[in-house]
Design a protein around this ligand. Structure first.
Ligand code: SF4
Length: 448
């Protein structure tokens, strides 16, 4: 559906997504090539979700830099970062301003490296992330591709690890994925892994760069991996690290849906079965059984209820697939990215399930979601906390999942993935529907 303007966009700044991805690399720090305001906005945005200190440097553009270029500022910023943080990697992401004036960031970095010849300096990985060309999720994917391009070595090897590109999921999801990979006895390289850097517990002493993340030495093995698993059905080839590794290093790739719901999680575990040669462990099959049982328990509360789902394209696709499994109706599906084929994938899902066709938006904003929800009706909103104002104005409950969650704590600890994560989502959604019905009851009741 075409529109003249965007009102209250569902997508966020592209280098913000890149900054999050770089948090998943050990001893790495991000520098934005642009103004201080961009860095402040992104830090605040990420901190409010993860509740952890997040340092993002900036080359601090001023009016003068915006006219004459930001090379000198970038060089000075790199010097400062090296002397204050001693990082192993500095990831430099461009911003709207530096891209608009056409500043040649890559050339500035080349000049800097040449100037420092003979000195020990960190790796510097640039990534081009103008916000007007994409959303936060595109920035995230582009950062992962830039990392793989910079460090992958060698050719695919059947005894190598498996690469896992999880996309923008919660810290709890990352931890869960690592447990699953262990259950399949698979060595792996996960890119990125911010499960520790953004939720690593209490420290005895301050760490300028929080411990954790994928080590750079390990990143090099992405080229010799036996296979890649990438969660994403609508990632363009340019944004796909798995695609890059397949083309340049011969690593077989499986680009599969985010494992939410039984159908999508089955695909993930079957993929792991094929790669590992090991059948699905008993504990995971047990979890599947519990989930099937819970689908039955929840059925009478969720069946036929209408949901508005929004967020990153792949997230919406997998949540929608799960909702159809439990007998809910999709009312509106709003993808925030410019993913290739989101609408087609959504229509395919709806047709395969013989479900009512929802209103589907690509690159959606909250205004159009609000209008569509009014037209199609809704019992529940499912998505990040930015949908709060519409849910409040409609007086319809909002189940907060995904990213960002700014008006509650614990967004980084929500488990969405696998049978276990689906069970968690099922409980959250069902209980919210029950709570709403209970609070609207004139007599109140304590048994359901
Ligand atoms: S100006 Fe662009 S890069 Fe900076 S915060 Fe805004 S959207 Fe992000």
């Amino acid at each position: 559906m075409s529109k003249a303007v965007t009102q209250n966009s569902c997508s966020y700044c592209t280098p913000l997504g890149a900054s999050l991805a770089f948090k998943g690399i050990e001893n790495a720090i991000t520098m934005l090539h642009g103004s201080q305001g961009c860095a402040t906005y992104m830090r605040r945005f990420l901190i409010s979700h993860f509740r952890e200190p997040i340092d993002i440097a900036s080359s601090s553009f001023t009016e003068e830099t915006a006219i004459f270029g930001g090379g000198a500022n970038l060089h000075l910023g790199l010097d400062n970062l090296i002397s204050q943080y001693h990082p192993e990697l500095i990831a430099v992401a461009s911003t709207c301003l530096s891209e608009t004036i056409g500043d040649d960031m890559n050339l500035h970095i080349k000049d800097y490296v040449a100037r420092k010849k003979g000195e020990s300096i960190p790796f510097i990985v640039p990534v081009s992330t103008p916000s007007y060309q994409g959303s936060h999720i595109e920035g995230f994917y582009l950062a992962v591709v830039a990392l793989v391009q910079a460090f992958a070595k060698g050719e695919s090897n059947p005894s190598g690890p498996v690469n896992v590109f999880p996309g923008m999921v919660s810290c709890e999801d990352l931890r869960y994925l690592k447990e699953v990979l262990k259950e399949f006895d698979l060595s792996y390289v996960m890119v990125p892994d911010y499960s520790e850097t953004l939720e690593g517990g209490n420290w005895e002493e301050h760490h300028p760069i929080p411990p954790g993340g994928t080590p750079i030495q390990v990143l090099k093995h992405t080229g010799t991996a036996r296979a890649s698993i990438e969660f994403g059905q609508v990632i363009s080839d340019k944004q796909s690290a798995a695609k890059y590794l397949a083309q340049k290093h011969g690593v077989t790739s499986a680009r599969i849906p985010l494992p939410i719901g039984i159908r999508c999680t089955d695909i993930f575990y079957q993929t792991l079965e094929e790669i590992s040669g090991k059948s699905i462990p008993f504990s995971l099959r047990k979890n599947r059984g519990r989930l099937v049982d819970a689908y039955g328990d929840a059925h009478k509360y969720v069946f036929g209820k209408r949901a508005v789902v929004y967020g990153e394209d792949d997230f919406v696709l997998s949540i929608a697939s799960f909702l159809l499994e439990i007998g809910m109706q999709l009312s509106v599906c709003g993808g925030s990215g410019k993913g290739e084929g989101f609408e087609e994938k959504m229509m395919q899902l709806v047709n395969d399930n013989h479900a009512e066709v929802p209103i589907i938006y690509e690159g959606s904003d909250f205004k159009e979601i609000e209008m569509a929800a009014m037209e199609k009706g809704a019992d529940v909103f499912i998505g990040n906390s930015k949908g709060y104002s519409i849910s409040r104005s409609f007086d319809i409950p909002l189940v907060r999942v995904g990213f960002p969650i700014h008006d509650r704590i614990g967004g980084q600890r929500i488990l969405h993935l696998g049978y276990k994560g689906t069970l968690n989502l099922l409980d959250l959604i069902t209980n919210e529907l029950i709570r709403t019905k209970q609070s609207l009851s004139s007599v109140g009741y304590s048994y359901i």
